[in-house]
Design a protein around this ligand. Structure first.
Ligand SMILES: Nc1ncnc2c1ncn2[C@@H]1O[C@H](COP(=O)(O)OP(=O)(O)OP(=O)(O)O)[C@@H](O)[C@H]1O
Ligand SMILES: Cc1ncc(CO)c(N)n1
Length: 265
């Protein structure tokens, strides 16, 4: 059976990040994609112009309407914008208890624009983290969640991943995309084991939405794979392929998108 996978996130009209990236990733990874918006964002490859946060009651309405009808096999949560939207999502998770919830704790866009209100970080840490099955912070997000300095090497990443588990998180992929080096290394801490996941660093300026893509692929693949570790490894390989395929795109003048492909012909 094809899994039904839901994205709860903000939008990107240029199609590189947010809900748009998630839906493309779901399709390319064999899932049926659905979406609930938290914020409409006027953004493109060069940055964010304006954010229109949706009323939390309307986020709830979208979720309840959907979940009353459709079985959901996995959820990817991205941009949540503010504390009230986080609380709305928390209430719905408690009521419907969907499986395989993956949280990308989006805080700041690659352009430097904030996508989560500073006072919402605490609500995310205290109320949402322990309710999800998997979290995918980048290094600045992990530091912010822990109230610590950003780390710069694999040993320190391992220690931070452990402390994130201490916050009640079940499984963590700490993403090292912000580090320099020939490979792009992430650290997976899941189900009692710690693993370094390595991939060749692709030289490209098309790196907008890499975090969204990775978390969405994990949500799409988890219901189709025997465990988290297999789903994450394949998701990382999918992201590397999508970064490489971006070479054939010509989208915008800034940080371009990655390319999601699934050729049926
Ligand atoms: N140039 C690259 N080549 C290969 N993998 C990359 C590259 N840049 C990032 N990655 C990988 O992409 C994933 C996302 O990493 P990153 O730390 O950039 O997340 P992010 O900051 O949340 O992304 P974004 O906010 O742009 O969506 C990680 O698996 C990282 O290792
Ligand atoms: C809507 C949205 N979510 C996440 C990101 C992070 O890349 C972004 N730029 N926009």
């Amino acid at each position: 059976m094809i899994p039904n996978v839901l994205s709860i996130a903000g939008t990107d009209p240029s199609g590189g990040a947010g809900v748009q990236a998630d839906l493309k990733t779901f399709s390319a990874n064999g899932a049926y994609g659905m979406s609930v918006m938290t914020a409409l964002v006027a953004q493109t490859t060069t940055g964010v112009a304006e954010v229109h946060e949706l009323p939390p009651e309307f986020v709830t309405s979208q979720l309840v309407t959907l979940l009353d009808d459709v079985r959901v096999d996995a959820v990817k949560i991205g941009m949540l914008a503010n504390a009230d939207v986080i609380r709305a999502v928390v209430a719905v998770l408690d009521r419907y208890r969907p499986p395989n919830v993956v949280l990308d704790p989006v805080m700041v866009a690659k352009s430097g624009d904030r996508l989560l209100a500073p006072d919402a970080v605490e609500v995310l840490r205290e109320e949402l983290l322990r309710r999800v099955d998997f979290v995918t912070p980048n290094l600045p997000e992990a530091a912010d969640l822990l109230g610590e300095q950003e780390v710069r090497d694999a040993d320190a990443m391992g220690a931070q991943a452990e402390r994130l588990v201490g916050l009640g998180v079940k499984r963590v992929l700490l993403k090292g995309g912000h580090l320099e080096g020939e490979s792009s290394v992430d650290l997976l801490s899941a189900d009692g084991g710690v693993q370094l996941l390595d991939a060749p660093r692709v030289t490209t300026t098309n790196d907008h939405g890499t975090g969204c893509t990775l978390a969405a692929a994990i949500a799409a693949l988890r219901p189709q794979r025997p465990d988290w570790s297999t789903a994450v490894r394949e998701s990382k390989d999918y992201l590397t392929a999508a970064l490489r395929a971006a070479e054939r795109l010509d989208v915008g003048r800034g940080h371009g998108p990655v390319h999601h492909f699934h050729q049926w012909w």
